[in-house]
Write a protein that binds this ligand. Structure first.
Ligand SMILES: *Cc1c(COP(=O)(O)O)cnc(C)c1O
Length: 465
Protein backbone atom coordinates (compact mmCIF):
# COMPACT_ATOMS: atom_id res chain seq x y z
CA UNK A 1 0.00 0.00 0.00
CA UNK A 2 2.85 2.38 0.87
CA UNK A 3 4.30 1.85 -2.62
CA UNK A 4 1.02 2.73 -4.24
CA UNK A 5 0.65 5.81 -2.07
CA UNK A 6 4.18 6.88 -2.78
CA UNK A 7 3.55 6.63 -6.48
CA UNK A 8 1.01 9.52 -6.25
CA UNK A 9 2.45 12.75 -7.62
CA UNK A 10 3.36 15.51 -5.18
CA UNK A 11 1.15 18.60 -4.94
CA UNK A 12 4.12 20.83 -5.69
CA UNK A 13 5.07 18.88 -8.83
CA UNK A 14 1.51 19.00 -10.14
CA UNK A 15 1.29 22.74 -9.53
CA UNK A 16 4.40 23.31 -11.63
CA UNK A 17 2.93 21.66 -14.72
CA UNK A 18 1.72 23.65 -17.74
CA UNK A 19 -1.86 22.50 -17.23
CA UNK A 20 -1.73 23.90 -13.69
CA UNK A 21 -0.26 27.20 -14.89
CA UNK A 22 -3.21 27.67 -17.21
CA UNK A 23 -5.74 26.96 -14.45
CA UNK A 24 -3.87 29.22 -12.02
CA UNK A 25 -4.15 32.07 -14.53
CA UNK A 26 -7.92 31.56 -14.57
CA UNK A 27 -8.71 30.79 -10.95
CA UNK A 28 -5.76 31.83 -8.80
CA UNK A 29 -3.11 29.67 -7.14
CA UNK A 30 -4.92 29.02 -3.88
CA UNK A 31 -8.07 27.59 -5.45
CA UNK A 32 -6.08 25.37 -7.81
CA UNK A 33 -3.83 24.13 -5.01
CA UNK A 34 -6.85 23.30 -2.86
CA UNK A 35 -8.51 21.47 -5.73
CA UNK A 36 -5.32 19.49 -6.41
CA UNK A 37 -5.05 18.51 -2.74
CA UNK A 38 -8.69 17.49 -2.59
CA UNK A 39 -8.28 15.30 -5.68
CA UNK A 40 -5.13 13.68 -4.34
CA UNK A 41 -6.95 12.92 -1.10
CA UNK A 42 -9.62 11.12 -3.08
CA UNK A 43 -6.96 9.11 -4.93
CA UNK A 44 -5.35 8.26 -1.57
CA UNK A 45 -8.65 7.05 -0.11
CA UNK A 46 -9.19 4.86 -3.17
CA UNK A 47 -5.82 3.20 -2.66
CA UNK A 48 -6.58 2.61 1.00
CA UNK A 49 -10.01 1.23 0.18
CA UNK A 50 -8.41 -1.16 -2.33
CA UNK A 51 -6.09 -2.36 0.44
CA UNK A 52 -3.02 -1.38 -1.55
CA UNK A 53 -4.01 -3.38 -4.64
CA UNK A 54 -2.84 -1.61 -7.74
CA UNK A 55 -5.20 1.20 -8.82
CA UNK A 56 -5.06 2.92 -12.18
CA UNK A 57 -2.31 5.57 -12.11
CA UNK A 58 -3.20 9.22 -12.29
CA UNK A 59 -3.24 10.62 -15.81
CA UNK A 60 -2.26 14.25 -15.63
CA UNK A 61 -4.47 15.58 -18.47
CA UNK A 62 -7.57 13.83 -17.11
CA UNK A 63 -6.67 14.92 -13.58
CA UNK A 64 -6.55 18.57 -14.62
CA UNK A 65 -9.62 18.32 -16.87
CA UNK A 66 -11.59 17.20 -13.83
CA UNK A 67 -10.19 20.03 -11.74
CA UNK A 68 -11.01 22.54 -14.47
CA UNK A 69 -14.61 21.33 -14.55
CA UNK A 70 -14.89 21.45 -10.75
CA UNK A 71 -13.47 24.95 -10.55
CA UNK A 72 -15.68 26.33 -13.33
CA UNK A 73 -18.77 24.75 -11.79
CA UNK A 74 -17.87 26.13 -8.38
CA UNK A 75 -17.21 29.63 -9.66
CA UNK A 76 -20.13 29.78 -12.09
CA UNK A 77 -22.66 32.49 -11.44
CA UNK A 78 -25.75 31.00 -9.86
CA UNK A 79 -27.83 34.18 -9.77
CA UNK A 80 -29.00 34.30 -13.36
CA UNK A 81 -31.83 35.70 -15.35
CA UNK A 82 -34.60 33.11 -15.62
CA UNK A 83 -37.91 32.90 -17.43
CA UNK A 84 -40.93 32.47 -15.20
CA UNK A 85 -43.27 30.04 -16.93
CA UNK A 86 -44.69 28.74 -13.64
CA UNK A 87 -47.92 30.71 -13.82
CA UNK A 88 -47.14 32.31 -10.45
CA UNK A 89 -46.70 36.02 -11.06
CA UNK A 90 -45.10 37.05 -7.75
CA UNK A 91 -42.84 34.02 -7.34
CA UNK A 92 -40.59 34.49 -4.31
CA UNK A 93 -38.04 31.92 -5.54
CA UNK A 94 -37.83 33.72 -8.88
CA UNK A 95 -37.37 37.19 -7.44
CA UNK A 96 -41.00 38.36 -7.02
CA UNK A 97 -41.88 41.52 -8.95
CA UNK A 98 -40.39 42.44 -12.32
CA UNK A 99 -39.78 46.20 -12.14
CA UNK A 100 -41.17 48.90 -14.39
CA UNK A 101 -38.64 50.52 -16.76
CA UNK A 102 -38.91 53.77 -14.77
CA UNK A 103 -37.86 51.94 -11.59
CA UNK A 104 -34.93 50.30 -13.34
CA UNK A 105 -33.76 53.65 -14.71
CA UNK A 106 -34.01 55.21 -11.24
CA UNK A 107 -31.86 52.43 -9.80
CA UNK A 108 -29.31 52.82 -12.56
CA UNK A 109 -29.09 56.53 -11.93
CA UNK A 110 -28.38 56.31 -8.18
CA UNK A 111 -26.12 53.29 -8.65
CA UNK A 112 -23.84 54.95 -11.17
CA UNK A 113 -23.69 58.31 -9.39
CA UNK A 114 -23.75 60.00 -6.05
CA UNK A 115 -27.19 61.10 -4.94
CA UNK A 116 -29.07 63.17 -2.39
CA UNK A 117 -29.80 60.01 -0.39
CA UNK A 118 -29.48 61.64 3.02
CA UNK A 119 -29.01 65.25 2.10
CA UNK A 120 -31.57 68.05 2.06
CA UNK A 121 -30.73 70.03 -1.04
CA UNK A 122 -32.44 73.26 0.15
CA UNK A 123 -30.23 73.81 3.18
CA UNK A 124 -27.41 71.34 2.67
CA UNK A 125 -28.17 69.68 6.01
CA UNK A 126 -28.37 66.00 6.72
CA UNK A 127 -31.69 64.57 5.55
CA UNK A 128 -33.61 61.33 5.97
CA UNK A 129 -33.74 58.67 3.28
CA UNK A 130 -37.38 58.11 4.21
CA UNK A 131 -38.20 61.62 3.04
CA UNK A 132 -37.93 60.62 -0.62
CA UNK A 133 -40.98 58.39 -0.41
CA UNK A 134 -42.87 59.52 2.67
CA UNK A 135 -45.04 62.18 1.04
CA UNK A 136 -45.90 59.86 -1.84
CA UNK A 137 -46.88 57.01 0.45
CA UNK A 138 -49.00 59.38 2.53
CA UNK A 139 -50.76 60.69 -0.58
CA UNK A 140 -51.45 57.20 -1.83
CA UNK A 141 -52.62 55.77 1.50
CA UNK A 142 -54.03 58.65 3.52
CA UNK A 143 -51.48 57.98 6.27
CA UNK A 144 -50.03 60.83 8.37
CA UNK A 145 -46.49 59.47 8.17
CA UNK A 146 -44.53 56.65 6.60
CA UNK A 147 -41.12 55.03 6.52
CA UNK A 148 -39.52 52.16 4.64
CA UNK A 149 -37.24 49.34 5.64
CA UNK A 150 -35.65 46.32 4.02
CA UNK A 151 -38.78 44.16 3.73
CA UNK A 152 -42.15 43.58 5.36
CA UNK A 153 -40.76 41.11 7.90
CA UNK A 154 -38.34 43.83 9.02
CA UNK A 155 -41.22 46.33 9.10
CA UNK A 156 -43.16 44.16 11.55
CA UNK A 157 -40.08 43.46 13.64
CA UNK A 158 -39.27 47.18 13.82
CA UNK A 159 -42.80 48.14 14.86
CA UNK A 160 -43.01 45.49 17.55
CA UNK A 161 -39.49 46.17 18.89
CA UNK A 162 -40.05 49.91 19.09
CA UNK A 163 -43.59 49.84 20.45
CA UNK A 164 -44.07 46.63 22.42
CA UNK A 165 -40.75 45.35 23.76
CA UNK A 166 -41.31 43.96 27.26
CA UNK A 167 -45.08 44.38 26.80
CA UNK A 168 -47.91 42.28 25.47
CA UNK A 169 -48.90 41.87 21.84
CA UNK A 170 -52.42 40.54 21.56
CA UNK A 171 -53.20 38.50 18.46
CA UNK A 172 -55.94 36.15 17.33
CA UNK A 173 -55.10 32.44 17.12
CA UNK A 174 -56.58 32.42 13.64
CA UNK A 175 -54.00 34.94 12.45
CA UNK A 176 -50.73 33.54 13.79
CA UNK A 177 -49.49 32.88 10.31
CA UNK A 178 -46.37 31.31 8.89
CA UNK A 179 -45.52 33.20 5.73
CA UNK A 180 -42.76 30.86 4.57
CA UNK A 181 -39.00 31.01 4.78
CA UNK A 182 -39.20 30.52 8.57
CA UNK A 183 -41.21 33.68 9.06
CA UNK A 184 -43.73 32.82 11.76
CA UNK A 185 -45.63 35.54 13.50
CA UNK A 186 -45.18 34.09 17.05
CA UNK A 187 -41.40 33.90 16.50
CA UNK A 188 -41.20 37.47 15.22
CA UNK A 189 -43.12 38.67 18.27
CA UNK A 190 -40.68 36.82 20.54
CA UNK A 191 -37.69 38.22 18.64
CA UNK A 192 -38.96 41.75 19.21
CA UNK A 193 -38.86 41.23 22.96
CA UNK A 194 -42.64 41.38 23.24
CA UNK A 195 -44.83 38.74 24.81
CA UNK A 196 -47.51 37.14 22.67
CA UNK A 197 -50.97 36.85 24.19
CA UNK A 198 -53.02 34.60 21.93
CA UNK A 199 -56.75 35.11 22.02
CA UNK A 200 -59.76 33.32 20.59
CA UNK A 201 -59.68 30.09 18.63
CA UNK A 202 -58.56 29.13 15.15
CA UNK A 203 -61.89 29.92 13.55
CA UNK A 204 -63.53 32.41 15.92
CA UNK A 205 -62.21 35.35 17.87
CA UNK A 206 -64.58 37.84 19.50
CA UNK A 207 -64.02 41.42 20.54
CA UNK A 208 -64.51 40.28 24.14
CA UNK A 209 -61.52 37.92 23.75
CA UNK A 210 -59.30 40.91 23.01
CA UNK A 211 -60.96 42.94 25.78
CA UNK A 212 -60.32 40.29 28.41
CA UNK A 213 -56.67 39.91 27.39
CA UNK A 214 -55.89 43.59 27.76
CA UNK A 215 -54.02 44.31 30.98
CA UNK A 216 -51.72 47.18 31.96
CA UNK A 217 -48.97 45.35 30.08
CA UNK A 218 -50.81 45.39 26.75
CA UNK A 219 -49.17 47.51 24.07
CA UNK A 220 -50.34 46.31 20.65
CA UNK A 221 -53.39 44.65 19.16
CA UNK A 222 -51.94 42.91 16.12
CA UNK A 223 -54.00 41.96 13.11
CA UNK A 224 -52.37 39.95 10.34
CA UNK A 225 -53.62 39.36 6.88
CA UNK A 226 -54.02 35.60 6.52
CA UNK A 227 -52.40 35.82 3.17
CA UNK A 228 -51.53 32.29 2.17
CA UNK A 229 -54.50 30.40 3.53
CA UNK A 230 -58.13 30.99 4.41
CA UNK A 231 -60.33 29.73 7.16
CA UNK A 232 -63.76 29.14 5.73
CA UNK A 233 -67.05 28.11 7.30
CA UNK A 234 -67.96 28.97 10.86
CA UNK A 235 -65.65 31.94 11.38
CA UNK A 236 -65.62 35.42 12.80
CA UNK A 237 -63.23 38.12 13.89
CA UNK A 238 -63.99 41.64 15.06
CA UNK A 239 -63.73 44.22 12.30
CA UNK A 240 -61.16 47.01 12.17
CA UNK A 241 -63.52 49.70 13.47
CA UNK A 242 -64.33 47.62 16.55
CA UNK A 243 -60.67 46.89 17.23
CA UNK A 244 -59.71 50.50 16.64
CA UNK A 245 -62.30 51.69 19.16
CA UNK A 246 -61.05 49.15 21.67
CA UNK A 247 -57.45 50.26 21.11
CA UNK A 248 -58.39 53.90 21.70
CA UNK A 249 -60.35 53.08 24.87
CA UNK A 250 -57.52 51.02 26.33
CA UNK A 251 -54.53 53.08 25.23
CA UNK A 252 -53.20 50.30 23.02
CA UNK A 253 -52.04 50.50 19.41
CA UNK A 254 -53.77 48.71 16.55
CA UNK A 255 -51.20 47.39 14.08
CA UNK A 256 -52.08 45.44 10.96
CA UNK A 257 -49.65 43.42 8.90
CA UNK A 258 -51.11 43.45 5.41
CA UNK A 259 -48.34 41.46 3.75
CA UNK A 260 -49.19 42.22 0.16
CA UNK A 261 -51.14 45.39 0.63
CA UNK A 262 -52.45 47.08 -2.50
CA UNK A 263 -52.67 50.77 -3.25
CA UNK A 264 -55.59 50.55 -5.68
CA UNK A 265 -58.76 48.55 -5.44
CA UNK A 266 -58.09 45.45 -7.51
CA UNK A 267 -61.70 44.35 -7.03
CA UNK A 268 -62.56 47.02 -9.61
CA UNK A 269 -60.71 44.81 -12.09
CA UNK A 270 -62.40 41.64 -10.90
CA UNK A 271 -59.37 40.68 -8.85
CA UNK A 272 -60.17 39.39 -5.40
CA UNK A 273 -60.61 41.19 -2.13
CA UNK A 274 -57.11 42.17 -1.10
CA UNK A 275 -57.43 44.96 1.50
CA UNK A 276 -56.55 48.40 0.11
CA UNK A 277 -54.07 50.23 2.35
CA UNK A 278 -56.05 53.49 2.22
CA UNK A 279 -59.24 51.74 3.41
CA UNK A 280 -57.43 49.95 6.22
CA UNK A 281 -56.03 53.24 7.52
CA UNK A 282 -59.41 54.94 7.13
CA UNK A 283 -60.96 52.17 9.22
CA UNK A 284 -58.80 53.24 12.14
CA UNK A 285 -55.70 51.05 12.06
CA UNK A 286 -52.85 52.99 13.69
CA UNK A 287 -49.98 51.42 11.76
CA UNK A 288 -49.90 49.15 8.73
CA UNK A 289 -47.01 47.18 7.27
CA UNK A 290 -46.81 45.86 3.72
CA UNK A 291 -44.30 44.63 1.13
CA UNK A 292 -42.80 46.58 -1.74
CA UNK A 293 -42.36 43.60 -4.05
CA UNK A 294 -45.71 41.86 -3.90
CA UNK A 295 -48.84 43.41 -5.41
CA UNK A 296 -47.31 46.88 -5.19
CA UNK A 297 -44.99 45.71 -7.96
CA UNK A 298 -41.80 47.41 -6.77
CA UNK A 299 -38.47 46.35 -5.25
CA UNK A 300 -37.97 44.41 -2.04
CA UNK A 301 -39.02 46.80 0.71
CA UNK A 302 -41.20 46.99 3.78
CA UNK A 303 -43.48 49.99 4.21
CA UNK A 304 -44.72 51.23 7.56
CA UNK A 305 -47.50 53.81 7.36
CA UNK A 306 -49.82 55.38 9.92
CA UNK A 307 -49.85 57.77 12.86
CA UNK A 308 -47.04 60.33 12.97
CA UNK A 309 -46.01 59.80 16.61
CA UNK A 310 -45.82 56.03 16.15
CA UNK A 311 -43.83 56.18 12.91
CA UNK A 312 -41.40 58.60 14.60
CA UNK A 313 -40.88 56.19 17.49
CA UNK A 314 -40.21 53.29 15.12
CA UNK A 315 -37.84 55.42 13.05
CA UNK A 316 -35.75 56.29 16.10
CA UNK A 317 -35.35 52.69 17.26
CA UNK A 318 -31.91 51.13 16.58
CA UNK A 319 -33.53 48.24 14.75
CA UNK A 320 -34.75 50.61 12.06
CA UNK A 321 -31.10 51.45 11.35
CA UNK A 322 -30.18 47.78 11.19
CA UNK A 323 -32.90 46.97 8.67
CA UNK A 324 -32.75 50.18 6.67
CA UNK A 325 -33.53 50.14 2.98
CA UNK A 326 -30.66 50.51 0.51
CA UNK A 327 -30.51 53.33 -2.01
CA UNK A 328 -31.19 51.15 -5.06
CA UNK A 329 -34.41 49.77 -3.64
CA UNK A 330 -35.40 53.20 -2.41
CA UNK A 331 -34.94 54.71 -5.87
CA UNK A 332 -36.93 51.91 -7.46
CA UNK A 333 -39.67 52.22 -4.85
CA UNK A 334 -40.02 55.95 -5.40
CA UNK A 335 -40.23 55.48 -9.18
CA UNK A 336 -42.80 52.70 -8.79
CA UNK A 337 -44.95 54.77 -6.43
CA UNK A 338 -44.89 57.64 -8.95
CA UNK A 339 -46.61 55.35 -11.44
CA UNK A 340 -49.62 55.17 -9.12
CA UNK A 341 -50.21 58.90 -9.56
CA UNK A 342 -51.82 60.79 -12.40
CA UNK A 343 -51.13 61.03 -15.27
CA UNK A 344 -50.03 57.39 -15.10
CA UNK A 345 -52.31 54.38 -15.04
CA UNK A 346 -50.68 51.84 -12.72
CA UNK A 347 -52.56 48.95 -14.33
CA UNK A 348 -50.87 49.78 -17.62
CA UNK A 349 -47.43 50.68 -16.28
CA UNK A 350 -46.56 48.30 -13.45
CA UNK A 351 -45.60 44.85 -14.71
CA UNK A 352 -47.17 42.90 -11.82
CA UNK A 353 -50.51 44.64 -12.38
CA UNK A 354 -50.24 44.26 -16.16
CA UNK A 355 -49.65 40.55 -15.80
CA UNK A 356 -52.52 40.19 -13.34
CA UNK A 357 -54.99 41.94 -15.59
CA UNK A 358 -53.86 40.83 -19.03
CA UNK A 359 -56.82 39.47 -21.01
CA UNK A 360 -56.76 35.72 -21.56
CA UNK A 361 -56.89 36.18 -25.36
CA UNK A 362 -53.48 37.84 -25.36
CA UNK A 363 -52.03 35.07 -23.21
CA UNK A 364 -53.49 32.43 -25.53
CA UNK A 365 -51.94 34.11 -28.53
CA UNK A 366 -48.54 34.03 -26.82
CA UNK A 367 -49.00 30.32 -26.08
CA UNK A 368 -49.97 29.63 -29.70
CA UNK A 369 -46.96 31.47 -31.07
CA UNK A 370 -44.64 29.54 -28.77
CA UNK A 371 -46.28 26.16 -29.46
CA UNK A 372 -45.96 26.77 -33.18
CA UNK A 373 -42.26 27.60 -33.07
CA UNK A 374 -41.53 24.67 -30.80
CA UNK A 375 -43.34 22.31 -33.18
CA UNK A 376 -41.54 23.77 -36.14
CA UNK A 377 -38.04 23.95 -34.70
CA UNK A 378 -37.78 20.98 -32.33
CA UNK A 379 -38.68 17.32 -31.88
CA UNK A 380 -40.97 18.20 -28.99
CA UNK A 381 -44.73 17.91 -29.05
CA UNK A 382 -46.26 21.23 -28.04
CA UNK A 383 -49.92 22.00 -27.56
CA UNK A 384 -51.80 24.87 -26.02
CA UNK A 385 -53.86 24.02 -22.96
CA UNK A 386 -55.99 26.10 -20.61
CA UNK A 387 -54.48 26.44 -17.16
CA UNK A 388 -54.91 28.43 -13.98
CA UNK A 389 -52.33 30.95 -12.87
CA UNK A 390 -51.92 32.66 -9.48
CA UNK A 391 -50.77 35.96 -8.07
CA UNK A 392 -48.44 34.18 -5.62
CA UNK A 393 -46.53 35.17 -2.46
CA UNK A 394 -49.72 35.10 -0.43
CA UNK A 395 -51.39 37.72 -2.60
CA UNK A 396 -55.00 37.21 -3.71
CA UNK A 397 -54.89 33.61 -2.43
CA UNK A 398 -58.44 32.85 -3.54
CA UNK A 399 -58.03 34.24 -6.99
CA UNK A 400 -57.75 31.81 -9.91
CA UNK A 401 -56.40 33.60 -12.96
CA UNK A 402 -57.37 32.01 -16.25
CA UNK A 403 -54.24 31.30 -18.24
CA UNK A 404 -52.83 29.39 -21.19
CA UNK A 405 -49.84 27.07 -21.18
CA UNK A 406 -47.80 25.20 -23.73
CA UNK A 407 -47.80 21.52 -22.73
CA UNK A 408 -44.53 20.00 -23.86
CA UNK A 409 -43.78 16.34 -24.28
CA UNK A 410 -41.65 13.80 -26.07
CA UNK A 411 -42.05 10.04 -25.93
CA UNK A 412 -38.43 9.67 -24.81
CA UNK A 413 -38.57 12.06 -21.88
CA UNK A 414 -40.55 12.24 -18.66
CA UNK A 415 -42.08 15.52 -17.51
CA UNK A 416 -39.45 15.69 -14.73
CA UNK A 417 -36.67 15.22 -17.26
CA UNK A 418 -38.01 17.99 -19.48
CA UNK A 419 -38.43 20.30 -16.48
CA UNK A 420 -34.82 19.64 -15.44
CA UNK A 421 -33.54 20.22 -18.99
CA UNK A 422 -35.32 23.56 -19.36
CA UNK A 423 -34.21 24.58 -15.87
CA UNK A 424 -30.60 23.66 -16.67
CA UNK A 425 -30.42 25.67 -19.90
CA UNK A 426 -28.05 28.65 -20.14
CA UNK A 427 -31.16 30.79 -19.88
CA UNK A 428 -33.17 28.78 -17.35
CA UNK A 429 -36.84 28.37 -18.21
CA UNK A 430 -38.86 27.42 -15.15
CA UNK A 431 -42.14 25.68 -15.87
CA UNK A 432 -44.33 23.49 -13.74
CA UNK A 433 -45.53 19.90 -13.81
CA UNK A 434 -49.20 19.16 -13.58
CA UNK A 435 -50.68 15.69 -13.94
CA UNK A 436 -47.40 14.34 -15.34
CA UNK A 437 -47.24 17.02 -18.00
CA UNK A 438 -44.57 19.68 -18.30
CA UNK A 439 -46.26 23.05 -18.71
CA UNK A 440 -44.97 26.45 -19.70
CA UNK A 441 -47.58 28.88 -18.41
CA UNK A 442 -47.65 32.11 -20.39
CA UNK A 443 -49.21 34.53 -17.87
CA UNK A 444 -45.91 35.73 -16.38
CA UNK A 445 -43.96 35.40 -19.65
CA UNK A 446 -43.38 38.61 -21.61
CA UNK A 447 -43.96 38.72 -25.37
CA UNK A 448 -40.23 39.33 -25.85
CA UNK A 449 -39.47 36.10 -24.01
CA UNK A 450 -41.41 33.80 -26.32
CA UNK A 451 -38.62 33.68 -28.85
CA UNK A 452 -36.04 33.11 -26.10
CA UNK A 453 -37.98 30.08 -24.86
CA UNK A 454 -38.24 28.72 -28.40
CA UNK A 455 -34.46 29.01 -28.76
CA UNK A 456 -33.90 27.16 -25.49
CA UNK A 457 -36.23 24.40 -26.69
CA UNK A 458 -34.36 24.23 -29.96
CA UNK A 459 -30.99 23.96 -28.23
CA UNK A 460 -32.31 21.03 -26.17
CA UNK A 461 -34.25 19.11 -28.84
CA UNK A 462 -33.00 20.20 -32.28
CA UNK A 463 -34.51 18.47 -35.29
CA UNK A 464 -31.67 16.42 -36.66
CA UNK A 465 -29.72 15.42 -33.64
C1 LIG B 1 -45.29 38.22 2.53
C2 LIG B 1 -45.78 38.60 3.88
C3 LIG B 1 -44.89 39.07 4.84
C4 LIG B 1 -43.41 39.19 4.58
O1 LIG B 1 -43.12 40.16 3.62
P1 LIG B 1 -41.61 40.32 3.08
O2 LIG B 1 -41.63 41.61 2.34
O3 LIG B 1 -41.36 39.14 2.22
O4 LIG B 1 -40.71 40.35 4.25
C5 LIG B 1 -45.38 39.40 6.07
N1 LIG B 1 -46.70 39.28 6.34
C6 LIG B 1 -47.59 38.83 5.44
C7 LIG B 1 -49.03 38.71 5.83
C8 LIG B 1 -47.16 38.47 4.16
O5 LIG B 1 -48.03 38.02 3.27
Amino acid sequence: MQDELRRLPKVQTLLESDAAAHLISLHGREDVANAVRAKLNIARSKIMAAGGASTSPISEPAFFDDIADDLSARNANTLKRAINATGVIIHTNLGRARLAPEAIEAMRNVAANYSSLELTLQDGKRGSRHAHVEALICQLTGAEAAMVVNNCAAAILSCLSALASGKHVIASRGELVEIGGAFRMPDVITQSGAVLREVGTTNKTHLSDYEQAISDDAAILLKSHTSNFSIVGFTSTPNRQELSKLARETGTILVEDLGSGVLINLADYGLGDEPVVRDVIAEGVDLVTFSGDKLLGGPQAGIIAGKRALVDTVRRHPIARAVRIDKLSLAALRATLELYRAPHDPMARIPVLQMLSEPIEAIKTRAEVLAQSIRKETRLIAEVVETTARAGAGSLPQQDLPSASVAISNEHASAEHLAAQFRGADLPVIGRISKDTFLLDMRAVANEEVDLIARVAQSLWPHDA
